[in-house]
Design a protein around this ligand. Structure first.
Ligand code: ADP
Length: 268
């Protein structure tokens, strides 16, 4: 059983998440699944599960939870017809992280197929941002593709990478070419660890270049599924020389921010 007064759904390119908050804006429930291309049925399933954990919710004829505001964000947000409002990922991520960490700074969000850098003021407003959703380099997909080629599960990428002493330089920034480069390195007998370290370096350099376009306002904060990979946070710290701060649920910040906006819309 969970106390849910507002809901936020983040339909990402790789994962879909739903978050429930209580009346004080505390994250009280969540669900995260691989994104289903049939967005509408996944959203229906999410709302069905919300009702299961919070039986006091009741649905109206349009599928909206009565009296429970819902904000949708993410790449598939326009397909969430039950939403009270659709809000951009930039606004939702900023909202979620500001509430979670209680300060501004520069948020780096690395998702499955996009990455973004958002500069947030001390009052929680978005000052500037940049987003890459056109190219897989600098996103989770860059590591995922090569990790599967190397037979390393994504959950173990950080450990294997950080254990490597050596590092090979990966010259291709393009995901497809990097994959061919990796295959060739393996054929030449290069070990997994140094290859992975080189791949992570390439991703991090992309992210640092994005930070450079908006300017780094400390502290550096991280969100998105890819930052669960410990090598990503460690190497970002190395490359920028700054401490990095992570919220409790890095992958849920967009959905959490959406639920907080929903709570505000309801005047709660
Ligand atoms: P999106 O919101 O863009 O759909 P997410 O923020 O949910 O994406 O991040 C998904 C990405 O996070 C995928 O590329 C996946 O490989 C990566 N990821 C998820 N969990 C882990 C983990 N434990 N370790 C490393 N990478 C992870």
């Amino acid at each position: 059983m969970a106390l849910i007064r507002a809901l936020g759904i983040d339909v990402g390119s790789t994962t879909a998440k739903i978050v429930g908050t209580d009346e004080f804006g505390n994250l009280s429930w969540h669900l995260l699944e691989q994104a289903d291309p049939r967005v509408e049925s996944q959203v229906e399933w999410f709302l069905f599960r919300a009702k299961e954990v919070a039986p006091s919710l009741s649905w109206d004829a349009t599928g909206r939870a009565e009296g429970v505001p819902l904000v949708a964000t993410g790449y598939g947000r326009r397909l969430v017809h039950q939403a009270t409002r659709q809000v951009t990922e930039i606004t939702c991520h900023a909202k979620g992280i500001y509430r979670e960490l209680s300060h501004g700074g520069t948020l780096v969000d690395i998702g499955g197929q996009d990455s973004k850098v958002i500069v947030i003021s001390r009052d929680g407003d978005v000052i500037d941002f940049t987003m890459n959703d056109k190219c897989a380099a600098g996103t989770g997909r860059f590591l995922e593709n090569t990790a599967s080629r190397l037979g390393v599960p994504v959950e173990q990428l950080g450990e294997v990478t950080l254990a490597a002493k050596d590092e090979v330089s990966i010259s291709s920034t393009c995901t497809v070419f990097a994959e061919s480069e990796v295959v060739s390195l393996i054929a030449h007998g290069v070990e997994l660890g140094p290859i992975l370290k080189g791949l992570h370096r390439s991703l991090i350099k992309r992210i640092v270049a994005m930070i450079g376009t908006v300017g780094l306002k400390v502290p550096l904060m991280l969100s998105g599924g890819v930052v669960l990979n410990t090598a990503v946070s460690r190497m970002l710290k190395e490359e920028t020389g700054e401490e990095v701060i992570m919220p409790r649920h890095p992958q849920l910040m967009g959905a959490y921010g959406a639920s907080l906006i929903a709570l505000e819309l309801a005047g709660l």
